[in-house]
Unconditional design. Structure first.
Length: 224
């Protein structure tokens, strides 16, 4: 099977599903794949079966799907193109980080590997895109890191925002307006489960955000 934009989108969706799986699970549910791609479960199953026949995925009826090493490599290369394009659009073209996702979704399927390598060199071999997502290597390998969110991290601990897991433009503008972009320092003062709220200290001011928003901001501890 020659990679097409549809195939690449399926590989990406399955890869993202694998990353978010609980540790005791290995297969991505077909319903999750269908929802991610906006198709019916039947359509998703047909494509996944084709991926399995091509050696790019392992499909277990009524259980789910997982990429093979070959499928993971192709997914990594698609992500590499997408994330380097995002970095280029922000750093060189001056576009807002909240605007570039949809453009990168289109360009990732048509830009050549030669151009991507040139962009990578031009940008100084960045390791992460503007949203904090790791940029895969030229071999399609994706760095694996365990990060906590503002909903699960320790209280009263100096942290740094590392990654934003939601690419919705409105959400990204909300993050930017509250100075919570990747690289910014933050500390969780308290959580109020009844109010569904998380209280943050951001430099010299306090911010309250919803639990759902807090779950989308991934952080790491700042070395003392």
């Amino acid at each position: 099977m020659l990679p097409s934009s549809t195939v690449e989108n399926y590989l990406k969706a399955i890869f993202h599903g694998q990353v978010s799986l609980p540790r005791d699970e290995r297969l991505v549910p077909m319903g999750q794949v269908a929802t991610a791609l906006g198709v019916t479960p039947g359509t998703a199953t047909t494509m996944v079966k084709a991926l399995a026949e091509s050696g790019l995925a392992e499909y277990e009826p009524y259980s789910g799907v997982r990429l093979t090493p070959a499928g993971e490599k192709l997914a990594g290369l698609v992500l590499r193109r997408h994330r380097l394009v995002e970095a280029f659009l922000v750093q060189v073209m001056g576009m807002s980080w909240a605007e570039v996702h949809e453009d990168a979704e289109q360009l990732e399927h048509v830009v050549s590997d030669r151009l991507i390598d040139r962009i990578d060199e031009m940008l100084g071999r960045p390791t992460h895109d503007p949203h904090g997502d790791p940029i895969p290597t030229a071999d399609g390998e994706v760095a694996s890191t365990q990060l906590e969110s503002l909903l699960t991290c320790p209280l009263g601990t100096p942290l740094k925002v590392t990654r934003i897991s939601d690419q919705d433009p409105a959400f990204l503008r909300f993050i930017e307006s509250n100075d919570l972009k990747p690289g910014e320092p933050v500390e969780v003062e308290s959580r109020d489960d009844a109010a569904d709220a998380v209280m943050l200290r951001r430099k010299d001011r306090r911010i309250t955000i919803g639990a759902r928003a807090a779950s989308k901001l991934l952080v790491e501890a700042v070395p003392s």
